[in-house]
Design a protein around this ligand. Structure first.
Ligand code: PXL
Length: 272
């Protein structure tokens, strides 16, 4: 077999209700016509009301997942999602350095949309100091960006400053997701800072809905999918913003509270 079909891997946790984490990543890979593999790090028992339990997988099992994939598939891009503690972050770093899985998109998952903490407190520094320097792209949300850049973001200039700080942590490209805390806002603007130093805004419609579980996962997975197809980071970020906005707008009637986005949303006009 030529092994040439675009292949990507999500290195993340499973969310049992399918709305976020690895499931959202795999939905996204499928929708963007990329073969999706998954290296599972943790399992979360969740639904649209919140997270009810979580367990980590054994380290030697994670090592075997990496090896099994590397021995057989030609992974062209990888993304990380939930990684709960320093031990597992270091395991992922060791394995990522050992195998060639292409560019790495790091989604610095700290909390869920329900406010549940997925990254243990002691692990935050490991994420920032050891994993982020490996990132081709980092995709923090507004909250994560402020925490990682150690500053408040209040103005457009602050976004630019925060993105530069995140780049100085070692991430080559930064996709800093805009605030959506104001119910009166009509748009959401993300700030993108590329390795070349080019910075630009991506603005989409604001949808006032709590049915947004999996947006961050899907955005980073979509960037990884496009990189696996050979797209550049700017193009990948533009496609991902449109893809996720469409998936938020076209709501899926399942579950009761913080429900999933809709990966089936019409996406034909997304290719720029
Ligand atoms: O969306 C963040 C996230 C990531 N990974 C897992 C999750 C969630 C949110 O619920 O459960 C496994």
């Amino acid at each position: 077999m030529a092994n040439e079909f675009p292949q990507a891997v999500t290195i993340a946790g499973s969310d049992s209700d399918g709305s976020a984490g690895m499931q959202a990543d795999l939905h996204t890979f499928f929708r963007r016509k990329v073969y999706g593999a998954s290296i599972l790090l943790a399992c979360v028992a969740g639904n649209s009301y919140g997270i009810h339990a979580a367990v980590d997988l054994p380290e030697d099992f994670i090592d075997t997942e990496f090896k099994a994939l590397a021995d057989d598939y030609k992974i062209r891009a990888a993304k990380t999602g939930m990684i709960s503690d320093s031990k597992i972050i270091r395991n992922v770093i060791r394995n990522y350095k050992k195998y060639d899985f292409g560019p790495l998109v790091v989604d610095p998952v700290i909390t869920t949309k329900h406010g549940n903490v997925l990254l243990e407190k002691e692990a935050y520094k490991t994420l920032r100091d050891e994993l982020i320097p490996l990132a081709t792209v980092i995709t923090p949300n507004f909250f994560e960006a402020q925490k990682l850049a150690e500053m408040d973001i209040k103005s457009k200039d602050d976004y630019v400053t925060a993105a530069k700080k995140l780049q100085s942590l070692g991430a080559k490209n930064v996709v800093l997701k805009g605030s959506h805390d104001d119910p009166k806002q009509t748009t959401v603007s993300d700030y993108i800072l590329l390795e070349s130093g080019k910075g630009f805004w991506l603005t989409g419609k604001f949808f006032d809905t709590e049915r947004k579980n999996g947006t961050g996962d899907s955005l980073s997975a979509c960037i990884a999918a496009e990189l696996a197809k050979g797209k550049d980071v700017e193009t990948a970020a533009r496609i991902a913003k449109k893809f996720v906005d469409a998936a938020i707008e076209d709501q899926l009637p399942v579950a009761h509270k913080v429900g999933p986005i809709n990966h089936w949303a019409p996406a034909d006009d997304i290719e720029p």
